[in-house]
Design a binder for this molecule. Sequence first.
Ligand code: NAG
Ligand code: NAG
Length: 333
Amino acid sequence: MLQCSLLILTVLCVSIQDISGSWEEWWTYDGISGPGFWGLINPQWSMCNKGRRQSPVNVEPDKLLFDPWLREIQFDKHKVSGVLQNTGQSLVFRVEKDSKHQVNISGGPLSYRYQFEEIYFHYGMEDNRGSEHQIDHHTFPGEIQLYGFNKELYHNMSEAQHKSQGVVGISLMVQIGEPTNKELRLITSAFNKVTYRGSSYPIKHLPLSSLLPNTQQYLTYEGSTTHPGCWETAVWIIFNKPIYISKQEMYALRRLMQGSQLTPKAPLGNNARPVQPLHHRTVRTNINFNKQGVQVSSNCPDMYRNMHYTATQWPRDHNIRYRNIDDLALPIN
Ligand SMILES: *[C@@H]1O[C@H](CO)[C@@H](O)[C@H](O)[C@H]1NC(C)=O
Ligand SMILES: *[C@@H]1O[C@H](CO)[C@@H](O)[C@H](O)[C@H]1NC(C)=O
């Protein structure tokens, strides 16, 4: 009898602990608290349902616009320390607040200097889903998003995310394959330390810039954060090559759970918001026709007629890789 009431007490305490914390954290990626309802859960998140400049989007390569004024992206080489955390909705890395050296992001399409703040991991439970952004309706097994806030206008991310030009989102598509950047191991080796909601693990001296794929080509457009409140304050930069993580690392990711150790609930994966309509927004790119050995006519109308972009046809079997042509979008004539 005593055992029984103890058990009931424990269960009660656990569920109280589960619902303590902010009710605003009660959003998910499916069911009645899923993406279609985010805008109804909290009045401050109304953009999730009403916004017309939302993210993620499906990029149509044949509608990409070449912009010769797009610059190279400047990304500080400093290492950062922070904490990897299972939030119950995503796997998130947040930089240490009192870090001496912050990582600045500037250049590219950005008019301001942004300060790196956090990384979100989106991934699928199967290889054919996972990324939030799509290229010609192709979904990648995962997407790693580096968020920074506008350091020139605002004090911190919570202030910047709902203000004009507040946020930059840098998107890295994730393919399964032999990893090319060893630095990613610093994070992937900690996946099994953050299995349950609320668990966290410190990561030291992460060289952020070496997580980026080896390309300066990118796609860019203006949209929103892909989690609530979907504020339309984000400049998105999608690098034109994926980064690679191994099958084993993907397996470790897929073992993460949405709940606590006692009530693990469902796996954390499949945490992608569905693509949102473009509503006449333009996706620009710095992928140059010249550099690919294709002559650009000085006559612009010709360029529109003869040149456009296409998506790389990815093999269905993720074990087959075409590393030499792993650009997301390619110029053709
Ligand atoms: C980043 O920008 C700040 C100014 O906000 C500057 O003090 C700092 O030195 C920059 N960091 C690097 C690594 O250049
Ligand atoms: C962010 O900055 C604003 C404005 O300075 C301040 O009121 C707020 O407390 C800060 N929030 C955090 C989480 O530091």
